[in-house]
Design a protein around this ligand. Structure first.
Ligand code: ZN
Length: 225
């Protein structure tokens, strides 16, 4: 299991509801936390590791020692949103790109945890932003779709580098084609659970080398989701 990068088709796939919480899902969730910490992130959605199921993880401390800050959201739904706020976001599927996004400032979210218990949280500020960013992932929406107008021109060239990187790897047969990737995504979504085959080693997705001149300077601490 590894983080996949834009424009991997998993990132544009509408993820399916999870039908059973089993040991495969628990293994995946543990690995998602590990991958998130390795990448210094504060949130990660399952389709960011190529798994088209509705689950994401969050730890705002970005610290594996702070396990009380770890949250797992299964089949999440935002039940209320209000306010509006612009802040910088980054994404583990488009490393090093940061840009401003406008979102509701306050949200109420409900989801199931790994014990199958329904819980509800009222969030504002950063946590509200993180859960909205992750829920967008599950619907195939990237933060770059929502970047404020004045920064869109800065985002485009970076996305182009990511696009070229994946297409070159696919052309060289160093990575799976979109059709092959989509077939797997559809199978897993139809099953509504994590197949054993997903836990096996896979080919590492190609990583883009984005020239520093194309990257916006980040304002915040550089957390990504
Ligand atoms: Zn993201």
């Amino acid at each position: 299991m590894q983080i996949v990068y834009f424009p991997h088709p998993a990132l544009r796939f509408k993820s399916a509801d999870i039908r059973q919480i089993d040991n495969n899902l628990r293994t995946v969730v543990r690995r998602m936390f590990e991958l998130m910490y390795e990448a210094n992130g504060i949130g990660l959605a399952a389709n960011q590791i190529g798994l088209p199921l509705r689950v994401f993880v969050m730890n705002l401390a970005a610290d594996p020692e702070e396990t009380d800050q770890e949250f797992v959201f299964i089949n999440p739904q935002i039940t209320n949103r209000k306010g509006s706020d612009v802040a910088e976001e980054g994404c583990l599927s488009i490393p090093k790109l940061y840009a401003d996004v406008r979102r509701p400032s306050d949200v109420q979210i409900e989801a199931f945890d790994l014990d199958g218990q329904l819980f509800e949280m009222s969030l504002d500020d950063l946590p509200a932003r993180v859960v909205q960013h992750e829920l967008d992932h599950l619907d195939g929406v990237m933060f770059t779709d929502k970047v404020i107008e004045s920064q869109r021109k800065d985002v485009e060239p970076v996305l182009n580098v990511f696009e070229e990187t994946l297409r070159q790897a696919q052309a060289a047969k160093a990575y799976l084609s979109d059709d092959e990737l989509l077939n797997t995504l559809r199978e897993i979504a139809a099953a509504g659970g994590v197949p054993g085959s997903f836990l096996e080693e896979t080919v590492a997705p190609p990583q883009a080398d984005v020239p520093a001149s194309l990257l916006r300077a980040r304002k915040g601490r550089g957390e990504a989701e």
